[in-house]
Design a protein around this ligand. Structure first.
Ligand SMILES: [Zn+2]
Length: 237
């Protein structure tokens, strides 16, 4: 942890507590320019932490102070998101737009691993519900798009940080039940309970007909829902 104090903070509100973890990307060309901006008194922006792409963690504002990262934002009726949250900036050039250099790229494993470690530590010290681990774009959807679609929320949740819906089709235990449903609908498929090549072929055929936008061959939650609706609809004939 590298301590690099930012002057951009004030007091947390006397009422309320830290209940959100808000994740960002810096949206600046380089780590250096991002750090400079987050520590520049004139910028009026900051975060509690910034994580470099190689996994180095910078501590900018003490957790008991209000850092200025969320701006005009809201969640569950709360509007002083800065006052109720800890903010983490991930170094990444970000999307196109004002002040952005438009070189959005994946978050490297070392950076994500550092985020997992930091987040677990934060979650061990504050009562933050998994569904209160949010992106800036969640709390300010009209203004912000960070940390963006390349951010691995699913991977983060698998490490115990945040909430991700279980993809029922990904679980081998469910293979038998969706094979049975595909068979109920009419596909010729053996109920083996394993994700074998015949299942892959049938699932691709199913997707080619009912969900052409994604023909991965993986029977995911959406496929399950589509198949349930099809089976339900057929009952009415
Ligand atoms: Zn942000």
């Amino acid at each position: 942890m590298i301590v690099q104090p930012s002057p951009n903070f004030d007091d947390r509100p006397p009422e309320g507590r830290i209940k959100y973890l808000i994740l960002h990307y810096t949206g600046m060309t380089t780590e250096e320019t991002a750090l400079k901006r987050l520590c520049d008194a004139g910028s009026k922006v900051s975060a509690h932490y910034m994580i470099a792409e190689d996994g180095r963690v910078f501590s900018l504002v003490a957790e008991d102070r209000r850092a200025w990262h969320a701006g005009v934002a809201a969640w569950e009726g709360d509007t002083d998101i800065n006052g109720l949250s800890i903010g983490v900036e991930m170094v990444n050039p970000g999307h196109d737009g004002p002040n952005y250099c438009g070189n959005y790229r994946p978050f490297p494993p070392a950076q994500m691993a550092a985020l997992v470690e930091l987040s677990r530590d934060i979650l061990s010290r504050h009562r933050i519900a998994p569904w209160h681990v949010l992106g800036h774009s969640d709390v300010a959807p009209a203004r912000k798009s960070d940390p963006g679609e390349l951010f691995d929320w699913q991977g983060l949740a698998s490490e115990g940080v945040g909430l991700w819906p279980e993809m029922s089709g990904d679980k081998p235990a469910d293979a038998a039940s969706f094979q049975q449903k595909l068979a109920d609908y009419g596909y010729k498929i053996e109920i083996t309970g394993t994700l074998n090549s015949q299942t892959h072929a049938v699932v691709r055929a199913f997707q080619r007909h009912f969900r052409p936008a994604d023909m991965s061959g993986t029977f995911d939650r959406q496929c399950h829902s589509i198949l349930d609706v099809l089976l339900d609809t057929r009952k009415d004939y």
